[in-house]
Design a binder for this molecule. Structure first.
Ligand SMILES: Nc1nc2c(ncn2[C@@H]2O[C@H](COP(=O)(O)OP(=O)(O)OP(=O)(O)O)[C@@H](O)[C@H]2O)c(=O)[nH]1
Ligand SMILES: [Mg+2]
Length: 458
């Protein structure tokens, strides 16, 4: 952590500009050695939080590498909380790697993935949930994902968790006073108010936990599986939603053998749509594995799109679908409505217990907007979320669930008038789980895991 680190902060490739970032105590000194003013002189010193126009030279050869704009973010007012130099060079892989090489030659070490953000966390600029929000912001693929990452980065979740933590801390201090002065103990009124407060905090935690399903969909996109017997038009529908010929479509049943996942944007959110092998009773050997994967895609899906072919009679293979989909959330479709229909929606209800089908023809692109609206309503709904805080990560959900469970035990002990020590222990566990989300006292392994998912230079 005492090293000065450097990395190219912009993606590799050609572009307008590239940014080379240096962070640590020696950042300015390293930059001083490389930077020259427009008059070709070394800069006496950089002015904090101001940009400096000049060029980068190789001190060994005197070669000018590039004209740049340099900014010195003086500690602690920087992204990492340390001295940070950002060199904005012309976009080009070679130029930026030469500048990076010079920074390395003059004392900087290569930054690990996410190391700048990790330092921001270690130096208390942001807490762990905000650091995670930085990663989410970078990978956001829709407006909803962006909004929830931004709210988390701004500290909405942190503020909420800190408040809940502090409320539990006040209860804990009452309990600890009772432990320290056993002759006074926890009187009836204090016990009642503690019970009320712990209950209220637990309810708020449970409410927060319940936002996970939606929050996860915002961040990762809902998983939507296309399911039906062979040849009903699943791959054709995937292609239509993607508006490109991604999956192979043929008139032969059993064309798709493997699952194929693609991201599709729907209004302000996105879905991960999975095309799969058609389900049928007597598959060829190679299809068997595909069908196994179809079942696992159904298992993982937030929503299943069940497709029937309206131009072919319903058969035993269609019947397989009902069992495979089980009680998963689903939307039912009848495709190939451009062809004469062999059966009606009533037959579907009667034979398959599937209702309210959406009639589409992928070939003629009819009914697709109705389908897209239905998918959106299913995963996002008409709800207005306003200022709601969402839990978007499994790590957060798990800690909240543990905190809630510990508070339930706290309540049991309080209600049964058990020793205050029991109450204090469980309260402490609950508080530690809330603190863990914010990254207080977390293990290095966990930090490695979180920050390794970042790109280098962030
Ligand atoms: N007439 C008509 N044909 C369609 C429609 N949608 C798909 N098809 C045709 O149906 C055939 C099968 O389409 P696919 O998209 O490959 O069907 P699938 O469900 O992916 O089939 P498998 O991969 O074998 O499970 C192709 O010949 C498509 O052109 C439609 O709306 N109308
Ligand atoms: Mg297919």
């Amino acid at each position: 952590m005492n090293d000065t680190i450097t990395a190219i902060a912009t993606p590799t490739g050609e572009g307008g500009v590239n940014i080379i970032r240096i962070s640590g105590t020696d950042a300015s000194a390293i930059a001083q050695k490389l930077f020259r003013t427009p008059a070709g002189k070394p800069a006496k010193e950089f002015i904090a939080h101001k940009t400096h126009f000049g060029s980068i030279h190789d001190p060994a050869t005197g070669d000018c590498i590039d004209e740049v704009v340099l900014t010195w973010f003086q500690a602690p007012k920087s992204y990492t909380g340390e001295d940070v130099i950002e060199i904005c060079a012309h976009g080009g892989v070679f130029v930026s790697s030469r500048i990076l090489g010079l920074a390395l030659d003059h004392g900087a070490h290569p930054a690990e993935p996410g190391e700048f953000t990790r330092r921001a966390f270690i130096n208390g600029r942001i807490d762990l949930s905000q650091a995670e929000a930085v990663a989410d912001l970078i990978s956001a693929a829709s407006d909803k994902a962006l909004q929830s990452a931004m709210a988390q980065l701004k500290g909405h979740l942190s503020k909420k968790l800190n408040t809940l933590y502090d409320r539990l801390l006040s209860v804990l201090s009452q309990i600890e006073a009772a432990i320290d002065f056993p002759e006074e103990g926890l009187d009836f009124q204090k016990r009642e108010t503690s019970i009320d407060e712990v209950q209220r905090v637990r309810d708020e935690i449970d409410l927060l936990t319940s936002t996970y399903r939606q929050g996860k969909i915002f961040r990762e996109g809902a998983s939507v599986a296309l399911v039906g017997k062979p040849n009903v038009g699943k791959s054709s529908l995937l292609n239509a939603l993607l508006q490109e010929n991604r999956a192979i479509v043929t008139p032969h049943p059993g064309t798709t053998r493997d699952t194929l996942e693609e991201r599709v944007r729907i209004r302000d959110t996105h879905i991960n749509i999975v095309d799969s092998a058609g389900l049928r009773k007597h598959p060829e050997t190679i299809e068997e594995e595909g069908i196994r994967r179809t079942r696992s895609a159904i298992e993982r899906a937030d929503l299943v799109l069940v497709i029937f072919d309206g131009s072919q009679s319903l058969d035993e293979n269609d019947e397989l679908i009902y069992g495979a989909v089980g009680d998963k959330s689903r939307l039912v479709m009848i495709n190939k409505c451009d062809l004469p229909e062999m059966w009606s929606a009533d037959d579907l209800k009667l034979k398959m217990n599937m209702e309210n089908p959406i009639f589409i023809s992928v070939k003629e692109e009819s009914g697709l907007n109705t389908l897209i609206d239905a998918i959106y309503n299913h995963i996002i709904g008409e709800k207005k979320f306003g200022e709601t805080i969402f839990i978007t990560r499994e790590r957060h959900r798990a800690h909240l669930a543990e905190a809630s469970a510990a508070l339930s035990k706290t309540l049991d002990s309080l209600e049964q008038k058990l020793s205050e020590e029991f109450v204090a222990t469980d309260l402490d566990i609950a508080m530690n789980h809330l603190a863990a989300i914010l990254g207080k006292a977390v293990e290095n392994d966990l930090l490695d895991q979180i920050f390794n998912s970042f790109c280098i230079g962030k």
